[in-house]
Design a protein around this ligand. Structure first.
Ligand code: NAP
Length: 325
């Protein structure tokens, strides 16, 4: 069993930023990365709105830079997934992964959220063979092909625009006639000659041939109830995300949809366990807001561990924190 000052669960912008702060405060820090270093942003091709990159950057580059920055201060990265935790006895907390057990004085939970599935016939069967949740990962395989993108939010439009680099056509199928995506993305999508929209329509099934390759999708117009098959080579699904809080069971208080509840200092319902990023944020969900959250959670953890953070001293005077030496 390894004993650590801080264990960070998750390696998206929230976890990586938290690691920069706790490691720089000279607290032994282990980041348990989960299946994918960087989380969702690592699968985002173009990142245009993270400050400091006037010409934009890519998700993988941003992640790698943040990781190197945390490592420079001594943070250790473990490519492993958390299987269970014991937060019931207070600090030190037990964190079990596939390969190791950790005892952590403080834990920062930044485990993010996972893409939602449509749960329609053919979706599971053809995942990885025409059904995808990651344009950066799979777009290359659809050169010259016709694809459907499901959703009407920022992800659907951003990834749909990216997919036009490869695909012959991108049909964005949205269940309403109004998009949720930002005006900037809408303008870009409407101006893209490879993109068309199918409004008020849901995908009811994904179909394939005897080789296990997607050939068509069954669509239904929700206004007219017309059901028809349309030939496609791929179906990319971007309909939002669900928080990965199941691994904590009922040990952390969550809202009805599974987002971990925190106070304004990023304390969870368990003293010594902090949360940051999409595991608690169902609204902003930006790399930069996750990074800012990671910073705040780390500063609170540092303060709670008794390493005085001057910026939080004022707070301590009005609201004494329990410090752990
Ligand atoms: P989202 O904003 O929740 O949008 C999900 C979309 O999928 C909505 O249009 C929704 O339709 C649709 N949808 C949900 N369930 C569906 C179902 N069962 N069948 C068909 N359609 C369904 O999710 P997101 O686009 O992934 O964005 C998540 C967050 O990340 C947002 O806050 C977004 O701003 C942010 N984000 C930002 C950027 C950027 O800044 N460049 C890029 C990506 C994501 P309705 O509209 O009818 O509800």
């Amino acid at each position: 069993m390894q004993r650590e000052r801080v264990v960070i669960i998750g390696s998206g912008p929230a976890g990586l930023t938290a690691a920069i702060y706790t490691a720089r405060a000279q607290l032994g820090t282990v980041v348990i990365t989960g299946k994918l270093l960087g989380g969702q942003i690592a699968t985002t091709h173009e990142v245009e709105n993270f400050p400091g990159f006037p010409n934009g950057t890519t998700g993988p580059e941003l992640v790698e830079n943040m990781k190197q920055q945390a490592e420079r201060f001594g943070a250790k990265f473990v490519y492993d997934s958390v299987t269970s935790v014991d937060f019931t006895k207070g600090s030190p907390f037990l964190v079990k992964t596939d390969n190791e057990e950790y005892l952590a004085d403080a834990v920062i939970v930044t485990i993010g959220a996972n893409p939602r599935t449509l749960d329609i016939p053919g979706e599971k069967e053809f995942t990885g063979r025409g059904v995808s949740y990651c344009a950066t990962c799979d777009g290359f395989f659809f050169r010259g092909k016709d694809i459907i993108v499901v959703g009407g939010g920022d992800s659907a439009l951003q990834e749909g625009i990216f997919l036009t680099k490869f695909a012959r056509s991108v049909n964005i199928v949205h269940r309403r006639s109004e998009l949720r995506a930002s005006a900037a993305l809408q303008t870009r999508a409407f101006a893209n000659p490879k993109i068309r929209f199918t409004w008020d329509t849901v995908v009811e099934a994904v179909k394939g041939n005897e080789n296990g390759v997607v050939t068509a999708a069954t669509l239904r117009n929700v206004k007219t109830n017309e059901v028809y098959d349309t030939p496609v080579d791929g179906v990319f699904i971007f309909i939002g995300y669900d928080p990965n809080s199941a691994v904590f069971g009922d040990q952390l208080e969550t809202d009805a949809t599974g987002y971990v509840k925190i106070d304004h200092l990023h304390h969870t319902s368990v003293e010594g366990v902090f949360a940051a990023g999409e595991i608690h944020d169902s609204i902003f969900r930006q790399a930069i807001t996750a990074a800012g959250d990671g910073c705040k959670a780390a500063l609170s953890a540092i303060n709670w561990l008794g390493v005085r953070e001057p910026i939080l001293q004022k707070l301590d005077e009005s609201e004494p924190a329990t410090a752990r030496a």
